[in-house]
Write a protein that binds this ligand. Sequence first.
Ligand code: ADP
Ligand code: MG
Length: 246
Amino acid sequence: MIGLSGIHKRFGDNLVLRGVDLGISEGHVTALIGPSGSGKSTLLRIANLLEIPDAGAIEIGNHRLVFEKGVRPPQADILAIRRQTGMVFQNFQLFPHRSVVANVMEGLVTVWKWPAEKARRHAMELLEKVGMANKAEAWPATLSGGQQQRVAIARAIAASPTLLLCDEPTSALDPELAAEVVEVLSALAAEGMTMLMATHDLRLADRIAHQVAYLEDGEIVEQGPPDQMFRHPSDARTVRFVRTLT
Ligand code: ADP
Ligand code: MG
C-alpha cells in the first residue's frame, strides 16, 4: 500500500495542508483536483519529500516515515522514499545542457550507479516507448513542449519507480501537444503504473484516473471513482467545483 496520512504543512502563517489522508492503490491512477492554491503541488512535493511535512506519515514500498514538527528525518530515510518515486513537472525541467538521452540516463548513472552503457540502452528503450528515440541526441531546447514532456516522463520512469508523481503534466501545453502527452500517460496507466497526478484538466482526470480526490483549502473534501466525483458528487463543495469547470 502507498499512502499519505495526517499530512500537515505550514508555510509561515499559511497552513497549507491540514491533515491530508490519501491512499493510493497500486497499479491505479489517482487524480488530485482542486482550486489553484489548494495545496496540490505541495502534497506532490511532500510525496517525494522535496518538502518535509510538519506532521503525518508516508508509506511507500517497504518504507514508512513518520514526521514531527521541527524534526528532520535522517537523510537516508528521505532518500529511501524519494528513490521510490519519479516526478513529472508542469514545466518539464529537463537538464538544458544535456542531450535527450543523457537526461534519461542521468539518475540511473548518478543515483543508481548503473554503468553508462547499460543506462544508455535502457534510456533508448524508454525513449522508444515515448516516441522520442529519433531525438536521442537532440538538445531539449530544440524540442516542442510535448516532446520535452515525453522525455521528462521517460526520465521519471527510468528507475522503475513505485509511484509516478505528475504535477499538471499537460498545463503548459497547447491542446494537440497535450494530447500526445496524455497518450503516453494513458499507455503507462494501462501498463499498471501507479500514479498520483495533480491536474486542472477534469476531462483528463475523468479519462485516465481510477480514483479522484478533491482538495480544497488543504483538506480532502471528497474522493471516489471519476463517475462519482464528476457525475454524482455528494459534498456541496465538490459539486460547485466540478460544475465551474465542466
Ligand atoms: P496548488 O498546486 O493547488 O495550486 P500549492 O501547493 O502550489 O497549490 O500552494 C498552496 C499554498 O501554499 C499557496 O498558498 C502557496 O502560496 C503556498 N506555498 C506553496 N509553496 C510554498 C513555499 N515554498 N513557500 C511559501 N508558501 C508556499
Ligand atoms: Mg500546483
